[in-house]
Write a protein that binds this ligand. Structure first.
Ligand SMILES: Nc1ncnc2c1ncn2[C@@H]1O[C@H](COP(=O)(O)OP(=O)(O)O)[C@@H](O)[C@H]1O
Ligand SMILES: [Mg+2]
Length: 323
């Protein structure tokens, strides 16, 4: 049995707009998506803001009713058997509140354990175990208000593991964490993977999806546009190299000229403070550099490197091509 099965799921939001001439505006946030997640798999949902990731997770965690289609989690239907689903899942949404800042970490867990109906003799052992697992050993007596953002996020994970769910939904769990906090958090996720939990992780950080996921669905505008292992996704661009050119105030017309070159497959521009990084995907590799430099003649150019494509480049090509 698959841990998660999603069949032609759709969700339309209806919002009323206008005060006098009322009309209904429909947004199709999730548009006919299907995928399966095996038991023990870490499945990444990757996509830009507004792609429909949170809406999907909310339907799978029974917080939102689908407009069409069906989904089963742990073998139970998310609409008709919502209570059975809830017993078997844990979820955290990025930047979520829902901890008591005036209470200590341990007291928070004791409170939620009683709320979830975990027997006291079970939680007595489980709370120290979970605090150690999420790297908060020895910090349980401190008030949560004094925790760093990363510590709070890890306490959220401990909270969601109190009833020992098999299936976890983590919606952008590292958003807003500093690099060290995000790395500590990823180690907790690796730990959960070793415990054979099924995890559905949404993120818009490419390297995070690449490092953690067994398989990834890339979603854009409510649709799955690619579904594969990280390696499989990279094969979409394995015929290409990426030429990275650092520029300082390169004119838009010059960028367009580069984009129009016959051997340029895709070009994206990343703004980094005073400078820009032009990321040029081309099958010609290093041989493309002289032609690129001649288009850039007269512009201020810094470092130029040629490198292998990453998952991010595959994503640029897939999402760029679909919009
Ligand atoms: N409550 C809502 N009412 C109306 N539109 C919404 C609501 N929530 C999300 N949307 C819209 O649905 C789309 C998908 O949103 P969301 O699932 O939050 O995407 P993501 O999590 O990938 O950023 C977006 O266009 C968003 O504006
Ligand atoms: Mg979201």
């Amino acid at each position: 049995m698959n841990a998660i099965e999603v069949e032609n799921l759709q969700r339309i939001y209806r919002a009323q707009i206008g005060v006098f001439n009322r009309s209904i505006k429909e947004v199709t946030a999730v548009d006919d998506i299907s995928f399966e997640v095996q038991q023990g798999e870490l499945f990444g949902l990757l996509g830009p803001n507004g792609a429909g990731k949170t809406t999907t997770v909310k339907m799978l965690t029974t917080l939102l009713i689908p407009s069409k289609g069906a989904a089963r989690v742990g073998g139970f239907d998310v609409v008709r058997q919502a209570n059975e689903v809830r017993k078997r899942i844990g979820f955290i949404f990025g930047g979520e509140r829902g901890l008591y800042w005036r209470l200590s970490g341990d007291d928070n867990l004791r409170y939620f354990a009683s709320l979830y109906g975990v027997a006291p003799e079970v939680s007595k052992k489980r709370i120290p175990y979970l605090m150690e697992m999420v790297g908060l050993k020895g910090r349980g007596n401190e008030r949560v208000g004094g925790y760093s953002r990363g510590m709070k996020q890890r306490l959220h994970v401990a909270r969601t593991l109190l009833h020992d769910p098999d299936i976890l939904f983590l919606d952008e769990p590292t958003i807003g964490l500093d690099p060290v906090g995000a790395r500590d958090f990823r180690n907790v996720i690796l730990d959960l993977q070793n415990q054979k939990k099924t995890i559905l992780l949404t993120t818009h950080y490419m390297f995070e999806a690449d490092a953690l996921s067994d398989r990834i669905a890339i979603i854009n505008k409510g649709r799955v546009i690619a579904l594969d292992t990280p390696e499989g996704l990279k094969k979409h661009v394995s015929d290409l190299s990426v030429v990275e050119v650092e520029t300082f105030g390169a004119a838009e017309t010059v960028v367009e000229k580069l984009r129009a070159l016959s051997f340029v497959d895709a070009l994206s521009v990343e703004d980094r403070e005073q400078k820009q990084m032009l990321l040029i995907q081309t099958a010609r590799g290093a041989e493309a550099v002289p032609d690129i430099m001649s288009v850039l003649d007269g512009q201020r150019v810094g470092r130029v490197i040629v490198r292998e494509p990453t998952l991010e480049d595959a994503y640029v090509r897939l999402v760029g091509g679909a919009s």
